[in-house]
Structures are given as structure tokens and as C-alpha cells.
Design a protein around this ligand. Structure first.
Ligand SMILES: *Cc1c(COP(=O)(O)O)cnc(C)c1O
Length: 387
């Protein structure tokens, strides 16, 4: 049997060090050994998020942190601008409506990123908006929104920039304090190389002030309560997923050992590898200009059955790729390369994709795609990555 290679944009494969940590026996979450561990995790999370403010860890998938942001930062009836350029942008809109926020939807064509001009026009149209809800990386399309530029604009105005960084944190840079992001959140099963079940959220100083003003309406996702616990005694409000946090400690130690720069460089280089190879295969990329570093969205040639391609990759080669979501179902392949994935996994994935396309679509890929891809990878590893 072939080794299974999970090349999806979450969940992602786990390093052996993390898996071994996860297998450890239970400890008590209010005793000194574990609170000391939480103290270290807190320090490392602030480093990863690039913030001096507390980073709250919650037991939920990433959507729980999105919900916590919406309900703690905004009161019922508050207007928020939702940047909707894919499935996860739509989720922001659904969460906002569910909790009685007035969601002003700003649509961006799928495959494209929001621009500062577009955002400025939206704020002129909705001047009362108290927040902007956006993704750093829109995982359904493979687009990277220009958070640094958006933050440079919003930090000068009385509007909070709330960023779903679920497929960006630990994958591409998003230093919160330096850029002026007001809320950055993520989940455990993407760049952090852990099982699903933990989510993280950090706020700027002015965002914390807003939380203090908004009437609490969550018992479980209570950010003020969590902050108090972190600051006072390095604990969480409720029983946390203890083993996942131990795994997180290991993951953060691995990040520290490599240095964030090298983590980002590798992610960027893998992106270059997949993009160059896909182009050399004669395939079109879905996100052309502003693309995510943790996955590559690739258009399927006309007439090719997307689900048959994915099935062939999994059954013949043990390579698990993701398809399109929503309107893009069956039309794109989402090739994940985030977290604990290396060039060898990616080459296996590319071979599986090229072979499956030939088997399912009568499509013949160029033969030198691996060479072209590896050349782009080596060049990126030797160089830097863009800001
Ligand atoms: C994966 C993902 C989510 C959903 O997270 P869950 O952990 O499934 O709740 C939300 N936003 C983005 C950008 C994602 O990549």
C-alpha cells in the first residue's frame, strides 16, 4: 500500500514529534505543571501572532473563533462590512447575520483579492460600519487578501479590521501589531500541524476596549473572562483540550527552532514549486496575482470530471487533494501544501495529479513539469519571500 499523503488545505499532516506528544497521559489543567506549560505557550503564541496582547486559546474549530470575534466585538445592530470573495467570506456574512449584526456585503469576484480602493469606496458607502470582516487567505479560492495594505488604511480610521487567518497563521506573515490588525484568529488543523479542536484569537488594544464596551452575550466564548484567566493565573476559563495544548507546545517549539522566517520561506518555496509545475503542465491557476502560500487552486481543463480526478489521485497514488467548494465545485483542484509538507510530498502530489488528468480527461501534461517546479523551489529557497 502506498503511504497516504494528505495534501488538503486543512486538516494537514502532523509531525512525528507532535503525534508523540499527543499520545501522552492526562494531567490536570489547574495544577502547576500545566499552568507553567500554558504560560510558555502564551509567550510563544504572542511571538507567532506578532503581538504584545494576550492570545486566547479556545476549544472549538476555527469557526468558533470567528463566532467569538463577531459576538464579543460587536453589539446587536452594529454594522459590519463583510468582504465576500469565497466560501469563507460567505461564512463571515452568515455568522454576522446569525448574531443580529447588520452585514454590508462587499463582493469580490472569486479568484480576486480586495483592493484598498474597493475598501475605501465601501467605507464611504457604509460610513457607520464598526468593523471589516475579511480572510487573510480565502481558502476556497486560494486568494491572499492584502492585509498589510488594508490594515495601513483601517488603523488610521475608527473601524476594526477583523482577520480570519485560519489558513494564514504559521504559513505566511501577518505580524498583528506591526501591521495594525485589530483581530487575528486561527485554528489548530492548518498551519499549526495539530488535530482540529483548538482555536486562537488575539485582539489589538483598541479592540479590547471595544470588547469592554460591548454587552457580553456569550457564556462560553467570553473573551474578557479568558483574558483575565490568562493574565491572572495562566489558565483557561473552562477545561481546555489538554493534549492538544501539549501538542501545540511542541509545534511552537519546532517553529522557534526553525525561526519564522524559515517557516515562511519554505511555504513560499512550496507555493512556487506547485505554481511553476502546474503552469508547466499547461494548467491554469485560479488565483493569479494574490495567491495564498498554503494551497494552490488549479483550474481543471474543460470537460474533465473533477471528482474522478480526486478519486484517482487517492486510490492509485494515496494522494488526498481537495476539490472546489460552492460555485467552484468540480472546476478546480485545491492542492494543499501547508504545515508539515515537504517538496517530496508535493512532487508525489504533482505526479498523481498529472497522471489522474491523463487517465480521466485524455489530457497529456508536459513531461518536464517536475524539473521546472523544482527549479522554482530551489530558487525560492535560496532567496527571500515577498512582504
Ligand atoms: C478552514 C477554514 C475555516 C473553517 O475552520 P473550521 O476549523 O472548519 O471551523 C474558516 N476560514 C478559513 C479561511 C479556513 O481556511
Amino acid at each position: 500500500m502506498d503511504k497516504m499523503r494528505l495534501l488538503t488545505p486543512g486538516p494537514t499532516p502532523m509531525p512525528e514529534e507532535v503525534r508523540l506528544t499527543l499520545a501522552m497521559d492526562m494531567v490536570h489543567h489547574r495544577k502547576p505543571g500545566f499552568t507553567a506549560l500554558l504560560g510558555e505557550i502564551q509567550k510563544d503564541l504572542r511571538w507567532l501572532f506578532g503581538t504584545s496582547q494576550p492570545v486566547v486559546a479556545m476549544s472549538s474549530s476555527g469557526t468558533g473563533a470567528m463566532t467569538a470575534a463577531a459576538t464579543n466585538l460587536f453589539a446587536k445592530g452594529d454594522q459590519v462590512i463583510v468582504i465576500e470573495g469565497g466560501k469563507f467570506g460567505e461564512r463571515w456574512g452568515e455568522i454576522a447575520s446569525t448574531y443580529g449584526l447588520d452585514a454590508a456585503i462587499v463582493s469580490v469576484p472569486w479568484g480576486k483579492a480586495i483592493t484598498v480602493d474597493h475598501l475605501r469606496a465601501a467605507l464611504e458607502k457604509f460610513p457607520k460600519a464598526k468593523g471589516i470582516l475579511v480572510q487573510a487567505s480565502e481558502t476556497s479560492t486560494g486568494v491572499l487578501h492584502p492585509i498589510k495594505e488594508l490594515a495601513a488604511f483601517t488603523r488610521e480610521r475608527d473601524v476594526l479590521l477583523v482577520v480570519d487567518g485560519i489558513s494564514a497563521v504559521g504559513i505566511s506573515p501577518c505580524p498583528m501589531d506591526e501591521w495594525g490588525v485589530d483581530c487575528l484568529l486561527t485554528g489548530s488543523q492548518k498551519g499549526l500541524m495539530l488535530p482540529p479542536g483548538l482555536s486562537f484569537l488575539a485582539l489589538s488594544e483598541r479592540a479590547w476596549k471595544r470588547v469592554e464596551e460591548v454587552k457580553p452575550r456569550e457564556f462560553y466564548f467570553n473573551l474578557l473572562g479568558e483574558r483575565e484567566k490568562i493574565v491572572k493565573n495562566s489558565q483557561t476559563l473552562f477545561t481546555p483540550p489538554i493534549n492538544l495544548l501539549m501538542g501545540l507546545h511542541t509545534c511552537l517549539a519546532m517553529f522557534k527552532e526553525q525561526g519564522l522566517e524559515n517557516v515562511y520561506r519554505r511555504q513560499w518555496a512550496l507555493t512556487q514549486l506547485v505554481r511553476s509545475a502546474a503552469r508547466a503542465m499547461g494548467l491554469e491557476l485560479f488565483a493569479e496575482e494574490h495567491f495564498t502560500w498554503g494551497l494552490t487552486s488549479i483550474r481543471l481543463p474543460e470537460g474533465v470530471d473533477g471528482s474522478a480526478v480526486l478519486q484517482c489521485c487517492a486510490e492509485r497514488y494515496g494522494v488526498v487533494l481537495a476539490g472546489g467548494q460552492g460555485a467552484m465545485k468540480g472546476r478546480i483542484v485545491r492542492f494543499g501544501h501547508m504545515g508539515h509538507v515537504d517538496y517530496g510530498d508535493v512532487l508525489a502530489g504533482l505526479h498523481a495529479l498529472a497522471s489522474a488528468l491523463e487517465a480521466c480527461g485524455g489530457y497529456t501534461a508536459a513531461r518536464d513539469y517536475m524539473e521546472q517546479g523544482m527549479r522554482a523551489y530551489e530558487a525560492a529557497m535560496a532567496g527571500g519571500y515577498p512582504e
